[in-house]
Design a protein around this ligand. Sequence first.
Ligand code: FES
Ligand SMILES: [Fe+2]
Length: 443
Amino acid sequence: MTQIDVPTTTPVEVRRPSLDGPFIKEDTEARTFRVHRSALRSPEVFALEQERIWGRTWLYLGHESEIPNPNDFVVRTLGGRPLIFCRDADGGVRVYYNSCPHRGTTLCRETEGNNRFFRCFYHAWTFNTSGELVSLPGADGYPDGDDFRERLTLRTVAKVESLRGFVFVNFDPDAGPLADHLGNAADYIELVADHNATGMEVIPGTQRYKVWGNWKLAVENAMDGYHFTPTHITFVDYLKRTGYTTSDEGGKNQRLDNGHSVLLLTGHSGRAGMQWEPRFGEAERIRIEENRVELEERLGVERAARVADVSRILYVFPNLILFDIEALSIRRLEPTAADRTEVDAWELAPLGEPEEARALRNRVLVSFIGPGGLATPDDIEAYEAIQRGIVATAGDQRLGHDWNDISRGMVDDDKPGPGRSIDEGGIRHFWRKWNDAISERES
Ligand code: FES
Ligand SMILES: [Fe+2]
């Protein structure tokens, strides 16, 4: 038998983490940052996340424009909990658990619509959009009086708040206000809301897909400018062929409060309604010029420049990614298992946009960040390839084997300003927040 030499590996202290961690191993002197791969594949970690992150943190639910009229509703699942997001008859925004107060049946079985009542199919208890039990068959079997009906209203989630139409919920009754959670990420949401004087709307329809990968891989990917040119080479070549050169030069990653962060990209490519490039055509050039005048009058020159000239990818911990690049897209992550994530994406657009501009916006969106575009399938391939790859080292206790390296550009972590978008500072920032959230001990 011939002995084959196995090369020695990176000399870092490694121990397989228990559920108490540590899942991240950071050495500020050596400028290394490693994440244990079990964080991306362990069902126990997934269960802990459901409790400590999805059960306690503000979560993006939807945009108010998705339910514009009284009695409009959509159903959504957040943190594994089915919800009804609706307007009551007076136009107020309501969020209910989609669970009949009688014996728990999923109450609303359509995905969206307009209806004054939700009628449970099992025993036909019927509720209005204010959550009141308005009728039930065989009411004589229950005590007289209103008490009974009052106790059996639709169950609401603990907290609902919105910022400029973006609605968030929190399942924890003791949670602090949304503003505290968003911190300085709120300004970046407002920059998107500022695109248009009369407001923004979600274009009807959801782009929905399932990924065989852990949700945190989608977060890493969104904050990872390093992969853009190698992974999206087809898109980069296409831009070059159509007369536009994209560049990673000058791109920044700004770490924000509470694990949120934003990529700020100046050399990315054209932006519908904001930054012209040849593939947009002449009519769009004129519209963009007019739009700039309106933006500067409304917001001032400086804020107008922030809105119009800088492409941004904003990550709001834990489940929202807001793309303000070639076009606007709201992407929401819903983990369903350690290795599975459901992604919903909605296109956001200015209310009252002319038909021709809207058509161009749609084309631009689907060409890159749409689910069949020149970016998203590449990115999904990356998440799934990682998920397949990281099982290779599972259980290997040798030094460094079962850890991912996220050290790129760590020298910038000490500096107050933004780092380079092609470094991994935003990814480390996310992981530190994730580690804090997951490590929190029960009180
Ligand atoms: S479970 Fe809904 S009416 Fe009985
Ligand atoms: Fe990508």
